[in-house]
Design a protein around this ligand. Structure first.
Ligand code: RUQ
Ligand code: CUA
Length: 630
C-alpha cells in the first residue's frame, strides 16, 4: 500500500518534470519524435527502484582518463561506488597507505578503456574484473569479492598504448592486450620516423591469469607490422582458442593519420590462434625482447593471420555462439560479418592473397558472409539472448548517433534508435559471453552537441542512456551522467556477485595487526618508530604519539570492527594523507616526522555520533635534529 502511494506520488512528479523530455523513437531520422505520456510513464516505472528494493544488475564502467571504475545499479542507473584503480582516491584512502602506494608504482593516473569480467566456460563467473591502462600500458585486477584493486601489472614490455585490452578468454586463461602505437622494439630503441613501415612494430599479447588467485603475469606476445590495433575479442565455443583484433593503418603511414591512414579501401582483422601461440612459447620458438617472450609469426606458421576488411575498422565482436566475427568499418558504412568456420577452411586450403611481413592474408571473399548496412561511423556491436546484434554508429553534430538492431543469420536490419549523443560503446549484460541477457542495453556516449541535461559549462558531463531491448523496438528509458570518459562497461546480474560486508578477522594475516586497544604500543628503534594502533568506534589507541623530529614513523592501523559499514579514516593535519581502514583490515602508513609541532589526527569517515571525538595528536619534538625548525 505504502509503496503504491509512493510510486504514484513520485511518478506524477516525474511526469510533470518530464513534460519537456524528448524520447527519441525509431528509424534514425534526425528529428525529435514525439513522446506520449504513456511512454514516459512506462519508462518511469521501469527504471524506478523504490527504497528497500534492489537493482537487478551491476554495471562496471571503465571511466577512461579518470583512472577508476564506476559501479552502477541497473535499471536505476544510480552510481553506487567508485573503485579507484590507477588514480589515488582519498575517498577510500587509495594511494595513501603503503600497500596501495606501492601498487600504483609512482603513477598518479591511468586511462581505463575496456573492463572484462572473468569467465568460466564462456560465462561470467563474477570473480574478477580486469581493466587496462592505455596511458601507462598496465593491467589491473579488481576482486569482485570486495570491489578492491588487488594487482597492477606493468608497464608491459613492448606494448605502447594498451587500448584493445582486457578481453578474457573462455576460461580466463589469458587477457588480450595489444599496442595502439607501434614503436621500435624493445622500448628504448631509436629509429627514424621515416623507417616506420619497416622498423616500428606492433604487438598483440595474451596476459596469463592464474586460475586460482587471478594473479596476472606475462604470457605470450606476437610481433606485428606497425598497424594500429583498435579493439579485441576472444572466441567462444568453436572459436574459443582464437583471438581477434581490429586494426587500421594498413598503409603503415605516419604524419596526419586522419588522412594518411584513410587511403586504403581495406584494413585488417588480425587473428591469432592463442593455443598455437602458447605452444610456440612452450616449444621455445620465441625471442626474448624487453623481458617478454615474443613470437615472430613469420617464423612460426599457424599462429597469426590477417583478413582484409573495409575500411579503418573500429570494433570487433564475436557472436555468443562463437560462429561469427562482426567488424564495423569506421570509414565504411557497413559492418562486415566473417564466418569462423569459413575462416578455418580458408586457412586449411591456404586460400591466401598475399602476406604482410610473412603473415598470410586470408582471402576475405571466402570468409565474409554478410555486410550489414549500418551507416557511417559504425563502432561497436553487442548481442542479446534472442539472436540480435546491436551496432552503434557515432553520428555527427546535432542529433547524435544511432543504434542499429539486426538479426544474426538473416542479416536484416529490424530497428534503429537515434540516441541524443554521439555514441561510442554500448553494453548488454553478458554480450561477450555465451549467454547474453536481453533486457537492457546501455549506450555509453561521447559528445553531446544536442545533449539533454543542465548546462554545466564548457566541459559537459558524459552520458549513459538506458534502453529497453526486451521488445522488437528499442525504447529509450533514462539518461544518467558520469565522469569522463565513460568508455566501456560490463553488466552482470546482481545475484552473480556476493561481495563481503567486512574482512573476517581470521583472514587478516598481517603480522602487525593488533585486535585489542590494550595491545596498542609505540616501539622505538633508533630513529625508526613503529606504532601499533587500533581503530574502533569511536577512538584510536594510542591517541597520543610522541616522536622526535626526523623520526621515520611506521603505523599499523587495524580496524577491529566486524560489522557492516564501520570503516574508519586516518588523516594527520597538514600531512597530505587520507587513509581508510575497513572493518577487519590493517593498513600501513609511513611518514617522516618532518618538523616540530603538534599535529592533530582524526578519523575522516563519519562512523558514529561520536565520530568527531575520534581523534588524537602527533607530537613532534624538535631540537635533536639538524632539520629542526625553531
Ligand atoms: S574502442 S569507442 Cu577504440 Cu573502446 Cu571504441
Ligand atoms: Cu571513525 Cu569517524
Amino acid at each position: 500500500m505504502k509503496y503504491n502511494l509512493l510510486k504514484l506520488t513520485l511518478l506524477s512528479g516525474i511526469v510533470m518534470l518530464a513534460g519537456t523530455i524528448i524520447i527519441p523513437g525509431c528509424y534514425g531520422k534526425k528529428e525529435k519524435p514525439t513522446v506520449t505520456q504513456s511512454d514516459i510513464e512506462r519508462a518511469a516505472l521501469q527504471t524506478y527502484v523504490p527504497p528497500g528494493k534492489l537493482d537487478e544488475f551491476y554495471m562496471f564502467i571503465g571511466n577512461g582518463h579518470s583512472g577508476n571504475v564506476g559501479v552502477y545499479g541497473l535499471p536505476s542507473m544510480r552510481l553506487m561506488v567508485t573503485i579507484p584503480v590507477f588514480t589515488p582516491y582519498p575517498a577510500t584512502g587509495y594511494g595513501f597507505d603503503k600497500e596501495s602506494k606501492e601498487m600504483l608504482g609512482g603513477y598518479t593516473w591511468g586511462d581505463i578503456h575496456h573492463p572484462s569480467i572473468s569467465e568460466t566456460n564462456g560465462d561470467y563467473d563474477g570473480r574478477w574484473l580486469f581493466v587496462t591502462d592505455e596511458a601507462n600500458n598496465r593491467m589491473a585486477r579488481i576482486d569482485l569479492r570486495d570491489f578492491k584493486t588487488k594487482q597492477i601489472l606493468g608497464p608491459l614490455p613492448n606494448i605502447s598504448g594498451d587500448h584493445c585490452s582486457s578481453f578474457a578468454t573462455e576460461n580466463t586463461e589469458y587477457l588480450l592486450s595489444a599496442s595502439r602505437f607501434s614503436i621500435p622494439l624493445p622500448k628504448g630503441t631509436f629509429e627514424k620516423i621515416e623507417d616506420y613501415a619497416t622498423k616500428y612494430k606492433g604487438i598483440v599479447a595474451g596476459i596469463a591469469v592464474d586460475p586460482g588467485s587471478g594473479e596476472m603475469s606475462l604470457g605470450w606476445q606476437v610481433m606485428t607490422p606497425p598497424f594500429q590495433f583498435d579493439y579485441g575479442a576472444t572466441g567462444k565455443g568453436p572459436s574459443k582458442d582464437w583471438a581477434f583484433w581490429s586494426t587500421y593503418n594498413s598503409e603503415r603511414a605516419t604524419g596526419k593519420l586522419e588522412a594518411t591512414t584513410a587511403k586504403n579501401a581495406m584494413d585488417y582483422t588480425f587473428v591469432v590462434n592463442w593455443k598455437a601461440a602458447e605452444k610456440a612459447i612452450q616449444d621455445g620458438k620465441f625471442k626474448m625482447i624487453g623481458g617478454a617472450k615474443v613470437i615472430d609469426p613469420k617464423e612460426v606458421p599457424g599462429v597469426a593471420y590477417v583478413i582484409p576488411v573495409a575500411k579503418s575498422p573500429h570494433g570487433i565482436d564475436v557472436s555468443p555462439d562463437g560462429k561469427y566475427i562482426v567488424v564495423p568499418g569506421k570509414l565504411a558504412p557497413i559492418a562486415t560479418v566473417f564466418s569462423f568456420e569459413k575462416m578455418l577452411t580458408a586457412i586449411q586450403n591456404k586460400d591466401f592473397t598475399g602476406d604482410e611481413d610473412g603473415i598470410p592474408v586470408l582471402n576475405p571473399n571466402s570468409i565474409k558472409v554478410a555486410e550489414i548496412k549500418v551507416g557511417p561511423g559504425s563502432l561497436h556491436t553487442q548481442f542479446d539472448d534472442k539472436g540480435y546484434a546491436y551496432t552503434s554508429t557515432y553520428g555527427e553534430g546535432k542529433g547524435g548517433g544511432t543504434i542499429v538492431k539486426w538479426k544474426l543469420g538473416t542479416w536484416e536490419i529490424v530497428d534503429k534508435l537515434q540516441v541524443n549523443y554521439n555514441i561510442g560503446h554500448l553494453a548488454i549484460a553478458g554480450s561477450d559471453s555465451k549467454h547474453p541477457g536481453g533486457k537492457y542495453l546501455v549506450a555509453l556516449n561521447k559528445t553531446g552537441k544536442d545533449g539533454q541535461h543542465l548546462n554545466v559549462g564548457p566541459m559537459q558531463p558524459k552520458s549513459l542512456q538506458l534502453i529497453d531491448i526486451s521488445g522488437t523496438k528499442m525504447r529509450l528509458l533514462y539518461d544518467a551522467f558520469t565522469d569522463p570518459e565513460t568508455h566501456f562497461a560490463q553488466i552482470i546480474p546482481a545475484n552473480k556477485l556476493k561481495p563481503i560486508q567486512f574482512y573476517p578477522k581470521a583472514e587478516n594475516k598481517n603480522l602487525k595487526a593488533i585486535w585489542d586497544p590494550k595491545d596498542a604500543k609505540i616501539v622505538r628503534n633508533g630513529k625508526n618508530v613503529e606504532v601499533y594502533m587500533t581503530a574502533v568506534m569511536s577512538n584510536f589507541a594510542p591517541n597520543t604519539i610522541e616522536v622526535n623530529e626526523g623520526d621515520k614513523v611506521t603505523m599499523y592501523i587495524t580496524n577491529i570492527e566486524q560489522d557492516r559499514d564501520e570503516s574508519h579514516g586516518f588523516a594527520i593535519d597538514e600531512y597530505n594523507m587520507s587513509v581508510v581502514i575497513e572493518p577487519g583490515e590493517t593498513k600501513t602508513v609511513e611518514f617522516t616526522a618532518g618538523k616540530q609541532g603538534v599535529f592533530p589526527f582524526y578519523c575522516t569517515v563519519f562512523c558514529s555520533p561520536l565520530h568527531e571525538e575520534m581523534q588524537g595528536n602527533l607530537l613532534v619534538k624538535g631540537g635533536n635534529s639538524a632539520m629542526s625548525v625553531k
